[in-house]
Design a protein around this ligand. Sequence first.
Ligand code: ADP
Ligand code: MG
Length: 581
Amino acid sequence: MIKVLDEKLINKIAAGEVIERPASVVKELIENSIDAGARKIEVDIKEYGKQLIRIADDGHGMKKEDAELSILRHATSKIGTEEDLTAIITLGFRGEALASIAAVSNLIILTRPKEDIEGFRLEVEGGRLLQKGATGCPSGTTIEVHNLFFNTPARLKFLKTDTNELKSIADIVTRYSLLYKNIAFKLAHNGHTLLNTHMSDDWLDSIAAVYGAESARQLLPIDYDDGAIRIKGYISKPSLLKSDRGWQNFYVNGRYVKNDTLARALYDAYHTLLFINKHPIAVLDIRLDPSSVDVNVHPTKDIIKFSENTRVYDSLFRALRHTLQENDLVTDYSAVPGQASLETPRIPMPKLDTMPGIAKKEPLIHGSEKQIRLETKQPSFETREEMQKLPRMRLLGQIAKTYFLAETDDGFMIIDQHVVEERINYEKFMKQFMGKNVATQTLMKPILIELSPEEKIIVVEHSSKLKDLGFEIEDFGDNSFMLRTVPTLFSRVQPKELLSEVLKQISENKKSAIEGIQEKIITRMACRASIKGGDDCSRPQMEELLKQLDRTELPWTCPHGRPVIIKFSKDEIEKMFRRKA
Ligand code: ADP
Ligand code: MG
């Protein structure tokens, strides 16, 4: 027998979609506070959100009548017509969050518009009205959610561990606090403050309040506008990478979203700047015509669809790439992963303010700016043609037959000679290869090579791709082949060795399409053809390498993301010698 379910049961079922867990309550209520124009949002959690979630804002509040309507399903002040649905400019629009939360908890709303003298209190439990009436309260809205899921024991049972729930709550508050710099956010659990941000006009300042000042120092600004799409934000230098994607924040028209197109553009822009399994930080505020974004595809509204995916991808890619190409991405010594932070020296320093007889701020070590300034002699290699991307430098020489040492205006740099040439070779060859005109060198004497059956299969199967890469190979019967040309750029390597390196790459990646691994092949060849650690390098050679490095697009890392240059700033050196705290 088919029955039409009653309103209360419908609400309980619908709640399952929007409100999966305590963090979904926090998300919906924060979004409501933001929509209400709040400048201050305080989130108090008890027992991982299961006992209490309390969100207080100083937004525009609700009139008595509105407060009563707010807990009804499909009751919203944010849209009115079907047309409105095609261009959403608020975070909420379905009018179902409060109804859903009210269906599965004990919900109390306290609210007062600024212009009213008296506020209004409403209490609902499991969707049933318990109490309502006038009350005194601060202007704005406070929502208390007690005993979440008290009447849906199955949902309660399926919650992840307590710490996981708390992490998700902190995560969503953090993400919104990163974007809304003009709102002060506070999050506390069982009375302990977990996050506390202040209103700030300086976006980087407010990011620093969340991610730390040290991280903020290594962020690069994004500022892009092509008329249709505007992108502002920050991304990290390749020297500041994380081991998961959790530090990536995409906002579309003010909404925190998860979106593959945006993530893909981010990774593609960093291409070859990322070390394997490392992930950049990103805080990206993307604005575009709301009618070209569908936010109504998922109950939790954080999954969206763009009507013009490629366009959005292109704009974001261009914006990010521009910033990565235009900025100095030299790795700072203090940012090298695994490097003991200079701010926490391993040997404890005596605390100045606890030592008798020494005034609080007076330094123990006396050294004026002048005394510790690096002596700048007449430069032996002042970059003759002004460097475009690399910092101005004075080449001092080579150490351990592996690294160049150079003085800069602000300290010194160590440069890995192998990685320098690897980057140069990689980019040069990539350019030729993508332009389908790899320069080849015809061998004076073609080389006869004997291939294993497996290698033979590869050569026969991929002969045209190998030709694109610069290898012309002629079948000579049985397992003999004649190698006639090699790519000029790599002709320094023994032709046989170079080819066998390429065949090895193909055979090791048998399962991938050749298109997918051609870059690996090129990276491999670039590596083989580059000067090694331990090789002598004359001064003119060093100068030439640095000049060519400066002309690459991304002179900062090898194609695998290892740094080319590590910089020691004068500031850091002074800290190391404890001339400076
Ligand atoms: P939606 O956000 O989709 O409109 P909700 O169920 O989340 O639906 O909220 C219903 C309505 O209650 C909102 O449209 C808004 O008018 C009002 N409201 C909810 N929270 C607040 C708040 N913090 N401040 C002011 N008004 C609010
Ligand atoms: Mg809402």
